[in-house]
Ligand binder design. Structure first.
Ligand code: SF4
Length: 664
C-alpha cells in the first residue's frame, strides 16, 4: 500500500444530521464498503452549527479514483482552514449501493460525517473528464436535489462545476448552477465570501440574487443568465447575457504565486485501495510546449513554477504527516522545471537510505529525463519510464507540434536500456487530424527498431517495450477545436493493421506489448467535450437508461449513447456525427466562445492552419513570445526560475529510516 500508518479505529461521534445509522446496515451488502466509511488520516469533521458556509466537494467517480484527486484535496484543505467554513467530500457510489440507497431512502452523503449533500450551501464538482457527467446526475438525484437547475429552490445547494471540463460546461448547463474556470484555490474563497455575506444579510433576493452576485465577479459562469440562439442549420448564432449586469465573457482564474498556496499540506491517506497512494506535489502549473491536442497545456497557461525550496518543504511535511513512502513530482512536463536537476538531486540526497521513493512522470523524450529518473532511483526502486512521442510518423508529429525525431526516440530508449531499464512504455494517439494508415503503421517500425537497437546495445534479449495507444479527442480551447474526428470503425481498422504489423516479425513482436482502447468511447467523449446545451438531453437520456461510470470500460455502453443521441438530437436538427466527425469553419460560433481561457481565438485558428501546413511552433519559455494571448489577457506572465534558492538543509523525517532489508 505504500502507507506506514493507519488512522485510529476509535468510533467517531455520529453527527446530528448523519445518515450513518441508515447507511451502516446496507454496507455489508455492497462491494468494498470501506470506501464509504471516511475517517481517513487528513479527513476533517467540523461542527455543523458553528459553520457559516458549508461545501460538499465531489470528484464524480468511485472513491478509488476520486480520493487521490489533487484538485479536491487542495480545495478541501483550503476551505477547512477557515474557522467558519466546513467542507466535506462525497464520491460516486457504485450501482450496488445506489440501488440499496434508493430502496431504503438514503440520500447522497459525504464520507466525512455522512451528512446529506442536500443540506450543504454549495455542492462543488470537479471534472477531469466529461465521462463523469452521468455520475453527476446520479449524485444530484440521489441527493434529492431537482435534476434541472431551473427547478431548484432556496433550500437546494448551489451546484458549482470546476476542473478542466468546466472550460465547456454547456452540455451540463441545465444541471449545474455555476461553473468556475481555472485555478480553484482563490475562486472558492471568493465564492465563500459572497455566500457568507448573502446569508448574513438574510438571503436577499433568494437564489437568483446569490447567483447574480456570483456572476458579477466575471469569473463565475452562471448558464441561466445566458441565452443561446441557433441558426436554421443547427450552428450557434450567438450566446448573449439575458441580464443587464452579467459580463459578456467569463474569465478563467489564475493563481500566480504557487509558493503562497503550498497545498495539499495534509494529504488524505486512503482507507481503501486507490489508483495512487503517494504524496503528489505539483512542481509547476501550465505548459507552453504547445502540443496542439493538449487541452491541459493550453488552458493552464502561463507557466508558473513552484520554487525548489517550497517543493522541498512540502515533500518533508507531506511525508511526515501522511506516512506515504512515495512522492510524485507532478506537472504537465516535469523535466521542464528550470531547477529540476537541483530538485531531483537534492531530494534524492535527502531521502537516500530511507524507504522513500521519488518519481517524475516521464514523457520528455531525451536523455536528460533518464538522468533524472536515475537520480531519483538512488534508493533502489525504479519506476517505469514512459515516453510519449504521441504520433507515429515525423509528419504527424509536426501536425501535433510534438517535436521528437525517430532517431531521438531510439537513442533515448536505448540509453534507458543501457542504464538498466528492461522495460519502457511508448505512448501514442490514434485518430489525429490528417492521420492516415501509414502514419500509424510507422509506430510498428519504431517499436521494432527500439527493440533491435536495445538488443544490440545491451547484448541481451531481455528487453521489452509496451506500445500504448489512446484515442484522440478534439478539445475546446485548443487549435484542434475545429477538427473533425475520425469514425470509430476507421480507428479500429488502423489499430488492427498496427497489431498485425507489430507481430509481422515474431522475434521482435514477442518483445512488444500492445495496449489500446477502441474508438467508440473517444467518439462519445468528443460529443461531450465539444457539445452545446442540446447535448444535455443526450446525457439525461443515457442516465435515465442506466448510464453510470462511463469512464469505466466495463460500464460504458456505446450503444446506449448512440441510441440516446438518435432519440434526442433530431428534434434540434442535428445528430451525433454533426458534433463529432464534422469539421468547423473559422467563423462558426463555438459553444464555449463566451468562456475566456485567455487564448486568442485568432491565434488558435492560425495554429490550426499551421498544423495543417505541418509547421512547428516553439516553446515561449525558450523563445520570444508568440502572442497566444494569455499573458496580456490575464495580466500575467510566465514565471520560471532559477530562483537561486536551494533545498533547505532538511533533516531526515522521523520514522522514515528503515533497515535496508525492510525497504519496499
Ligand atoms: S502570451 Fe506569449 S509568453 Fe505568454 S504564454 Fe502566450 S506565447 Fe507564452
Amino acid at each position: 500500500m505504500g502507507i506506514m500508518s493507519v488512522p485510529s479505529t476509535t468510533p467517531r461521534p455520529v453527527a446530528a444530521n448523519s445518515v450513518w445509522p441508515r447507511l451502516e446496515p446496507l454496507l455489508p451488502q455492497v462491494t468494498k464498503p470501506i470506501q464509504y466509511v471516511g475517517g481517513e488520516l487528513g479527513a476533517v469533521v467540523k461542527d455543523w452549527a458553528a459553520a457559516t458556509v458549508r461545501w460538499a466537494l465531489m470528484y464524480p467517480d468511485a472513491y478509488e479514483v476520486g480520493l487521490p484527486n489533487q484538485g479536491v484535496q487542495i480545495l478541501y484543505e483550503v476551505l477547512n482552514e477557515l474557522p467558519d467554513v466546513l467542507a466535506e467530500r462525497t464520491y460516486a457510489v457504485w450501482p450496488d449501493l445506489e440501488k440499496l440507497m434508493r430502496a431504503h431512502g438514503v440520500p447522497q452523503f459525504t464520507v466525512d460525517a455522512h451528512r446529506p449533500v442536500r443540506d450543504f450551501d454549495l455542492f462543488g464538482v470537479s471534472f477531469a473528464t466529461e465521462l463523469g457527467y452521468t455520475n453527476l446526475l446520479t449524485a444530484i438525484d440521489l441527493a434529492g436535489i431537482p435534476l434541472l437547475a431551473a427547478d431548484r429552490t432556496d433550500a437546494d445547494p448551489v451546484i458549482v462545476a470546476g476542473g478542466h471540463a468546466a472550460f465547456n460546461p454547456e452540455p451540463i448547463a441545465d444541471f449545474i448552477d455555476a461553473a468556475v474556470l481555472g485555478d480553484g484555490e482563490e475562486a472558492v474563497l471568493e465564492i465563500t465570501t459572497i455566500v457568507r455575506e448573502w446569508k448574513a444579510e438574510g438571503r436577499p433576493g433568494g437564489r437568483d440574487e446569490l447567483l447574480l452576485r456570483l456572476a458579477r465577479t466575471e469569473s463565475v459562469y452562471v448558464p441561466r443568465f445566458y441565452d443561446v440562439d441557433y441558426l436554421p442549420d443547427g450552428r450557434i448564432q450567438r450566446v448573449v447575457p439575458n441580464r443587464a449586469d452579467v459580463p459578456f465573457r467569463v474569465h478563467k482564474r489564475t493563481t500566480m504565486d504557487l509558493d503562497a498556496w503550498p497545498y495539499p499540506r495534509k494529504p488524505l491517506v486512503p482507507l481503501a485501495e486507490t489508483v495512487h497512494e503517494r504524496y503528489a506535489v505539483e512542481i509547476f502549473r501550465g505548459c507552453t510546449r504547445g502540443c496542439r491536442f493538449c487541452q491541459a497545456g493550453m488552458i493552464t497557461r502561463p507557466v508558473r513554477e513552484r520554487s525548489i525550496t517550497t517543493v522541498g518543504q512540502m515533500v518533508q511535511q507531506g511525508l511526515e504527516f501522511s506516512g506515504f513512502h512515495e512522492v510524485g513530482l507532478l506537472s504537465l512536463s516535469s523535466a521542464d522545471h528550470s531547477e529540476i536537476g537541483d530538485m531531483c538531486s537534492g531530494l534524492a540526497e535527502q531521502y537516500q537510505g530511507t524507504n522513500v521513493s521519488l518519481s517524475l512522470p516521464s514523457t520528455r523524450v531525451d536523455a536528460f529525463n533518464i538522468e533524472l529518473a536515475q537520480e531519483l532511483s538512488r534508493n533502489g526502486r525504479r519506476t517505469g519510464l514512459t515516453f510519449a512521442p504521441e504520433g507515429g510518423s515525423e509528419r504527424i508529429r509536426r501536425v501535433i507540434n510534438k517535436m521528437v525525431s525517430k532517431d531521438d526516440l531510439i537513442r533515448t530508449v536505448v540509453t534507458a536500456y543501457t542504464n538498466g531499464w528492461r522495460q519502457v512504455k511508448l505512448y501514442f494517439m490514434c485518430g489525429l487530424p490528417t492521420e492516415t494508415d501509414a502514419d500509424v503503421l510507422e509506430i510498428a517500425d519504431m517499436a521494432h527498431e527500439v527493440i533491435k537497437a536495445g538488443r544490440a546495445a545491451t547484448g541481451s534479449k531481455d528487453i521489452r517495450c509496451t506500445v500504448s495507444i489512446g484515442g484522440f479527442v478534439p478539445k475546446p480551447h485548443t487549435p484542434f477545436q475545429w477538427a473533425a474526428m475520425e469514425r470509430p470503425e476507421v480507428i479500429d481498422g488502423r489499430l488492427k493493421l498496427l497489431k498485425q504489423a507489430i507481430n509481422a516479425d515474431r522475434s521482435l513482436g514477442r518483445a512488444i506489448g500492445f495496449r489500446y482502447h477502441d474508438g467508440e468511447p473517444s467518439l462519445i467523449e468528443g460529443l461531450l467535450s465539444r457539445g452545446d446545451r442540446r447535448v444535455g438531453a443526450v446525457i439525461r437520456r443515457v442516465w435515465e437508461n442506466g448510464g453510470r461510470f462511463d469512464g469505466w470500460s466495463e460500464h460504458f455502453s456505446y450503444q446506449r449513447w448512440v441510441d440516446a443521441a438518435a432519440e434526442t438530437l433530431p428534434a434540434f436538427g442535428v445528430d451525433l456525427d454533426w458534433y463529432t466527425t464534422r469539421e468547423r469553419d473559422e467563423l462558426e460560433v463555438l459553444p464555449w466562445d463566451h468562456l475566456d481561457s485567455g487564448l486568442d481565438k485568432d491565434w488558435l485558428w492560425q495554429d490550426w492552419q499551421d498544423a495543417l501546413s505541418e509547421y512547428e511552433q516553439d516553446d515561449c519559455r525558450w523563445t520570444p513570445c508568440f502572442d497566444c494571448g494569455v499573458c496580456p489577457a490575464m495580466d500575467t506572465e510566465i514565471q520560471i526560475g532559477p530562483t537561486g534558492r536551494k533545498l533547505l538543509p532538511l533533516t531526515p523525517v522521523n520514522g522514515l529510516k528503515l533497515p535496508t532489508g525492510a525497504q519496499q
